[in-house]
Write a protein that binds this ligand. Structure first.
Ligand SMILES: Cc1ncc(COP(=O)(O)O)c(C=O)c1O
Length: 490
């Protein structure tokens, strides 16, 4: 016996009548007022009662059947299904909204992403020198929107199908062209694996090489993201000190079978640039000790002074260097796109590993980025950003020099951050960081600025300044205030 359905339709609403019928019947089913096995009223009857066309009711019924709320039983009509589809996915209907439960103790320190990032909770200081942040105002939104709209109007199969686990071939080809031109790294697209940012690329390479490796050598201080991977690996870790020329090659261990992580083009965090002789020394070491090198070239798209430097992977000729890159600095970290290049003999293994880890990357961002590079927008975007960031870098260096006596500034030739080594007698960097924060300024000691030092007693005398996402006026006013801040902290 079909039940009576009480529906209230509004002919003046922008919502079509068939959608109103569908929504209301669905709601009645989900509320349990129409139980499993009960019949819906025949479409003709319901249409007459509601004073609407029968086709409107049929369309709503067809959708209810297509989405699994009701099922036809021959000519007997439509009957409510026992498990409405929403019950499979909704954990709780009505009642109290779901919460995440008690908030665990705040981490207190920013990790790899700043706690004040969108969705990260917490507030960003008004003038924030958080390291390596590409300028939100510099994102090429208009072009990106145009490309994404075009892609979505042309392609849909890619949204439902799997992509190559190593990444979209168009993007891999675009990356290999860019690397050849900009970094003298001669890799083919069949040596590039697209990843979820640089962090995922580091994980991929590490997992690929752990069985070929006895110990891990890493710069000290180093990038926190790399140290998180290496320290959790349970392998012997050999920290290698860094000086003004980057990693001390003379202090590398001579045992065979190491994996070395380096940032030669802009050491993270100190900003040191490794000279060519030392790069060649590294390659010789790798050859002699049968070791491999992970070269993290995270911000090399930005070089302001002097000629471009050939990457280690370019000097190596594809034998022992695994190159890791990211679009987090050049386009935006929210894209989560990076890549690793691997020597040819590791290609099949790397592709299989990526399939095992995540079976590839989301199509839309990859396709949009490939088009962005291929159509020349990426090169133009980089040229524009380089000018903006160079002016900001100049402004920061000038302001520091005008405000403090002979400040020792490190790593300002390239990248998105520099380091001010505090003079003797100055308060510790962490103390300045805390005082500055009180005044809405974010400057960071190494331990809070995505860096890691293996010696907890190391001198706390470096302040990291990411300058790329502040205006020149913000930079000037913040540095002016830093003078009083450092005096108060002393
Ligand atoms: C030294 C270094 N390596 C790699 C990365 C990778 O970043 P992402 O995972 O955002 O691509 C970063 C990001 O700040 C970095 O500073």
């Amino acid at each position: 016996m079909p039940v009576e359905l009480t529906l209230t339709l509004d002919a003046t609403s922008a919502k079509p009548l068939q959608v109103q019928v569908f929504d209301q019947v669905r709601e009645i089913i989900l509320e349990g007022k129409l139980k499993a096995g009960m019949a819906l009223p025949p479409s003709r009857l319901l249409a007459e009662r509601l004073g609407i066309s029968r086709n409107t009711v049929i369309t709503a019924y067809e959708r209810l059947a297509a989405e699994g709320y009701v099922k036809a039983r021959g000519t007997a009509g439509l009957f409510v299904e026992s498990i409405p589809p929403d019950s499979l996915v909704l954990i709780q209907r009505g009642g109290q909204p779901l919460t995440n439960g008690p908030v665990p103790d705040a981490v207190g320190e920013p990790l790899l992403c700043f706690a004040g990032s969108p969705g990260g909770g917490g507030d960003r200081p008004e003038r924030d020198f958080w390291v390596g942040r590409s300028d939100p105002a510099g994102f090429p939104l208009r072009i990106w929107r145009r490309i994404v709209n075009r892609l979505l109007s042309q392609e849909t199969a890619f949204l439902t199908d799997y992509c190559d686990p190593a990444g979209l071939p168009d993007l891999r080809a675009a990356v290999s062209t860019h690397l050849r031109r900009a970094r003298a790294v001669a890799v083919s697209e069949d040596q590039v694996v697209v990843t979820t940012g640089g962090q995922d690329a580091l994980n991929l390479v590490f997992n690929l090489l752990r069985s070929h490796t006895r110990q891990l050598c890493i710069e000290n201080p180093c990038y926190l993201g790399a140290s998180l991977i290496f320290r959790s690996a349970g392998m012997t870790v050999h920290p290698v000190p860094v000086d003004g020329d980057g990693l001390r090659t003379d202090l590398l261990p001579t045992d065979r079978g190491s994996l070395l992580y380096v940032t030669p083009s802009h050491q993270f965090p100190t900003g040191a640039i490794m000279p060519l002789t030392q790069r060649l020394e590294l390659l010789r070491w790798a050859e002699e000790t049968n070791s491999f090198i992970v070269e993290d070239d995270y911000d090399s798209d930005f070089r302001y002074d002097g000629p471009p430097l050939t990457a280690l992977a370019g000097l190596d000729g594809g034998r022992r260097v695994f190159y890791v890159g990211t679009f987090s600095k050049s386009v935006g970290a929210g894209l989560r796109i990076g890549y690793a290049t691997v020597p040819r003999m590791f290609w099949d293994e790397a592709r299989m590993l990526k399939a095992r880890m995540s079976n590839g990357q989301a199509w839309l961002e990859q396709a949009a980025l490939a088009a962005f590079i291929d159509e020349g927008h990426f090169d133009r975007h980089l040229r524009r950003l380089r000018q903006i960031y160079k002016s900001r870098r100049d402004c920061l260096v000038r302001s520091l020099r005008e405000t403090f006596d002979d400040p020792v500034i490190l790593g300002s030739e390239s990248g998105l951050h520099l380091v001010w080594r505090l003079p003797e007698g100055f308060p510790p960097a962490r103390k300045i960081q805390i005082e500055a924060r009180e005044r809405g300024i974010g400057v960071y000691a190494l331990s809070s600025g995505a860096a890691y030092h293996f010696d907890p007693e190391a001198r706390d005398d470096m302040l990291v300044f990411g300058y790329s996402s502040l205006t020149e006026a913000q930079i000037q006013s913040a540095v002016r205030e830093l003078r009083a801040i450092s005096e108060d902290a002393g």
